[in-house]
Ligand binder design. Structure first.
Ligand SMILES: [Zn+2]
Ligand SMILES: [Zn+2]
Length: 269
């Protein structure tokens, strides 16, 4: 028994030594840089693939501000105190969306990561952002009878300019992630084709709520009505500001027979 134990100990130490050496070589060959300022960062094995591990200490000091209850049960905006309820804005002008849930506030490293990914094509940000989004999906939607997960479509002119749809990148592996988490296939499917953005809209920056709503009016078209009829749909996007775009998409889906439309986003302002 003793020699068996010694042997196991030797094997464990050897295993550790091997993975340590491998890690050292990996660090020497592929040193990690802060995605924002470019300085070399110290490797932290326990944090690899997290959003925090993509930034140096200085750039990452603001961290993530997760959105936790109390929040508006409709648009998901966070309240400082009290209990979750429908906020004043949603009471005044109810959203077509059932419930909107976001992983974090649009600030700190979440905002930096989204901007680096979207406007500077830093695809290394996609994995940690996808992970954050999927965790939020599990938190709020895993137990709901969702039928379709649908990334927000971009207009083809924007697709051409940016080269990719960030919402698609963030949700395209959801089924695989689900399978890895539960060892079974989800009851929902992903849908990339039924909803299309047909109108090129101006940037919403600087617009108030009313202007934003007008700007995106009739911007979407349903091309596969049979796919969405009677379905509970979850729209996925990166940032939710006033929700005008998501709401307009929900309006189009509901008009063509969807039963309910919710939204899951990475960040909200
Ligand atoms: Zn940095
Ligand atoms: Zn609200």
């Amino acid at each position: 028994m003793r020699s068996f134990g010694r042997e196991m100990g030797f094997q464990n130490n050897f295993g550790k030594l091997k993975s340590g050496l491998f890690r050292m070589v990996e660090v020497l060959l592929f040193p990690e840089k802060c995605m924002k300022c470019g300085v070399y960062t110290e490797q932290d094995r326990n944090r690899s693939h997290t959003l925090e591990s993509c930034f140096c200490h200085a750039c990452g000091k603001e961290g993530i501000s997760p959105i936790v209850p109390p929040l508006c049960t409709s648009c998901g905006i966070r309240f400082k105190t009290g209990e979750s309820h429908v906020c004043g804005d949603c009471l005044k002008t109810p959203l077509k969306l059932g419930r909107v849930r976001a992983a974090a506030e649009y600030k700190g490293i979440v905002r930096d990561a989204i901007q680096l990914f979207k406007y500077h094509s830093k695809f290394a940000m996609a994995k940690p952002l996808e992970h954050l989004l999927f965790q939020t999906f599990l938190q709020y939607y895993e137990t709901l009878p969702i039928d379709l997960v649908m990334p927000m479509p971009l207009h083809r002119s924007k697709m051409r300019k940016r080269g990719f749809n960030q919402a698609y990148f963030l949700s395209r592996n959801f089924k695989t992630l689900y399978y890895q988490a539960f060892r079974r296939l989800p009851s929902w499917d992903t849908d990339l084709r039924s909803l299309v953005r047909i109108r090129k809209t101006e940037s919403q920056t600087g617009f108030d709520i009313e202007e934003r709503r007008k700007n995106v009016k009739n911007a979407f078209k349903i091309v596969r009505e049979d796919r969405i009829k009677g379905k509970h749909i979850l729209l996925v996007d990166d940032v939710f500001t006033t929700g005008a775009t998501c709401n307009e998409a929900a309006k189009a889906l509901l008009r063509h027979g969807a039963a309910r439309v919710d939204a899951l986003v990475l960040a909200r302002t």
